[in-house]
Design a protein around this ligand. Structure first.
Ligand code: WTA
Length: 658
């Protein structure tokens, strides 16, 4: 039977868009409730949307009850018990691959749930998952969801300090990790990083702050460790538990009853960078996220029952949450989980995997494509990849050259490419072409999906015709409901700039046919290799260097990463004399600091020492001018009006230093 609300033609797209955005709220309600009908609810909702978008207080399907894992596992067992749910490809080429069927995944998730149950956790407790991209991460995520625990996955590339601050912010009660793992030939020492993150702090100027933090950390009663590499590790007595030992106590056929969850109960927290220093823990809830992740996955990629979907993102990011774990399993298809990197052991690894597994859908990021493109056509040339049906791009604007390369060498001029725009905050894809159905236009995400109401606004909040700030004028089920522990910040961040609209932070252009091209971030967030990095977060760390008094970080164009980080900084002075250090040495030092405090993804490509930063009379650093300089603008007249600066002459001086 064809599921309702399928997009099989452009007419379907138009019809569903009309229904989902109908001016009669009853038509809209019926539309959304019938999307929800495709899932198994303990109690089916009678409500679809409630609350106020303007106030940032939105609820979806609020009187519905469900457990999302019943929809990802139990529901599929009668027909799909032996169908592969997860296909795991380890980093090491010769290492054993794992085909985990729906029955086996059900079994593992139930045993992991039983293990979590023995740890004295209660519903809505937050569990931090600091793991590589391996099936055990999926077991842990789903065991949390089965028990009504909230998972907070922290990407393995984050440092101990970044991990620590996320554990503290979410007041986690349990940390799940592993001994270690290789990505490419680089070893990540997960267990050690967790140990450092959980170590109590003592000496510091801000004693009382440390005391509060230590108190929160002490609530982490246990660390569960999966022996992934089987390298020897040291255990903290009373706190650390080996998962292999714990599972020995749990029979293979254990079934744990899935906990009843209300649609608006929290499902997970995921941290992302914002324009202020502190990362935001976006909270997604259960019912709306399920409906949005499931439906967008099926329709955008035009899934079939036998689809073999490979999304190369790590589950430490939203793309991995929605399109490696939740979306594929909600749709009962096979998802590929790959532990490694595109170029290890050689630059044809992706293409080999696609051929060997007969991957049908390949979803990746422009930065990965540019990286592979830079190594030459030789690698994909020898692989027919004729199983592929759809390719997808996500995470940043895809430039024409990368798009064409993907089309020629991977899609082989045969498969459609979907350019999917969305965000951690949106839970699932929002603006995209639908594979093989709606027009595909290189470098354009094109049309909002049915139910997504996009609008461009100018600085005054009026509708802009061609180019402007991309906003959303109506709620959608997958939207994050709050920033964990800081609803005020959520409101201010997303609903204050343009009252009545959700502010995306992106600039976009749109033509008369309503097709969008996303131009990139317009706030102080930089997209490096598809990873969001807040300038303030990086500046805070740079300013800790003894040699630097203040800094301004901007995004500069980069052939592979899309954007990279440049910092303009001012030397610290002592009695009027700058304390100098050669720039290359200072860059190394600053990068060490950044790696330690945030992670290697926050490293600078360039450090430029300047006499002063351009500032307004109120003392605000004008990064806009620096951004333009770093983007290669030579004509100072084109930088914009510098008359608001207290030190306009500095611009010329800085331009000579680049
Ligand atoms: C950018 C990733 C252009 C955008 C799912 C957005 C894109 C940010 C695209 C969110 C795309 C994502 N075209 N830009 N197809 N997809 N972006 O939260 O700037 O990691 O605001 O979510 O990535 O990044 P996030």
């Amino acid at each position: 039977m064809m599921p309702s609300h399928s997009i099989r033609s452009q007419q379907d797209h138009e019809k569903l868009s009309r229904q989902a955005s109908h001016k009669d709220p009853l038509v809209r309600k019926e539309y959304w409730l019938s999307l929800a009908k495709e899932y198994q609810w303990r109690k089916f909702p009678t409500q679809s949307l409630e609350g106020s978008f303007e106030g940032g207080d939105v609820r979806w399907f609020s009187d519905g009850h469900l457990n999302i894992t019943e929809n990802m596992l139990d529901r599929h067992l009668p027909l799909l018990a032996d169908h592969v749910a997860l296909h795991f490809i380890p980093n090491q080429e010769g290492a054993e691959r794992r085909n985990i069927t729906y029955q086996e995944l059900f079994q593992s998730v139930n045993r992991w749930s039983k293990m979590f149950q023995s740890l004295d956790l209660k519903a809505n407790d937050v569990v931090c998952l600091y793991m590589p991209h391996i099936p055990e991460l999926a077991f842990a995520m789903l065991a949390c969801a089965r028990l009504g625990l909230v998972h907070s996955v922290v990407f393995g590339g984050f440092s101990a300090q970044a991990l620590r601050s996320r554990i503290i912010d979410a007041e986690c009660k349990l940390v799940v990790t592993c001994d270690g793992s290789y990505r490419g030939d680089k070893y990540v020492d997960y267990k050690n990083i967790v140990d450092v993150a959980l170590t109590s702090l003592s000496e510091s100027e801000s004693e009382s702050e440390n005391e509060i933090e230590n108190k929160i950390l002490s609530k982490v009663k246990h660390v569960l460790i999966h022996d992934h590499t089987k390298k020897p590790i040291s255990l903290v007595k009373g706190r650390d538990l080996l998962i292999s030992e714990e599972l020995k106590k749990i029979p293979m056929d254990t079934v744990v009853k899935a906990v009843d969850r209300k649609a608006e109960d929290p499902l997970f927290i995921l941290y992302t960078s914002g324009s202020t220093g502190k990362p935001k823990g976006l909270l997604h809830t259960t019912g709306g996220y399920m409906v949005w992740a499931g439906w967008t996955m099926r329709e955008v990629f035009q899934l079939r029952n036998d689809s073999l979907f490979w999304c190369t993102a790590d589950a430490g990011w939203i793309t991995g949450h929605s399109y490696v774990i939740y979306g594929p399993l909600l749709n009962g298809i096979t998802s590929v989980m790959y532990e490694g990197i595109p170029t290890y052991p050689s630059a044809d690894r992706f293409w080999k995997i696609i051929e060997e597994l007969k991957v049908t859908h390949f979803y990746t990021a422009p930065t990965a494509i540019r990286g592979l493109e830079s190594l030459g056509d030789e690698f994909p040339k020898h692989y027919a990849m004729d199983s592929l049906q759809v390719c997808g791009s996500v995470g940043e604007p895809i430039n024409l050259e990368a798009w064409e390369w993907l089309k020629k060498w991977v899609a082989k001029e045969r498969c459609p490419i979907v350019d999917t725009w969305w965000q951690t905050e949106t839970g699932g894809i929002m603006i995209t072409n639908v594979a093989g159905i709606t027009p595909e236009i290189p470098t354009k995400a094109t049309l909002p999906l049915p139910g997504v109401q996009a609008i461009l606004l100018d600085e005054k909040g009026n509708q802009a015709t061609r180019e402007g700030t991309l906003c959303l004028s109506h709620p959608w089920p997958g939207m994050a409901r709050t920033i964990y522990g800081d609803h005020t910040r959520y409101r201010e961040n997303y609903f204050k700039a343009y009252p009545g609209f959700y502010f995306t932070g992106d600039a976009a252009e749109c033509n008369e046919r309503g097709e969008y091209r996303i131009l990139g971030r317009m706030d102080d967030v930089i997209n490096v290799s598809g990873h969001r990095i807040g300038t303030a977060e990086v500046e805070n760390v740079i300013n800790e260097s003894h040699f630097i008094v203040e800094s301004a970080v901007v995004g500069a164009p980069h052939d592979i990463k899309g954007e990279c980080l440049w910092a303009f900084a001012v030397y610290q002075q002592h009695e009027g004399v700058s304390i100098m250090k050669p720039i290359q040495e200072l860059l190394i030092e600053v990068n060490q600091l950044l790696t330690k405090q945030i992670g290697a993804i926050a490293k600078l490509d360039r450090l430029i020492m300047v006499p002063q930063l351009p500032k307004t009379r109120s003392g605000k650093i004008m990064r806009r001018f620096l951004r333009k300089l770093s983007q290669g603008e030579k004509d100072l007249k084109k930088l914009g009006d510098v008359s608001t600066l207290t030190n306009p002459e500095i611009i010329e001086e800085i331009s000579k230093l680049i």
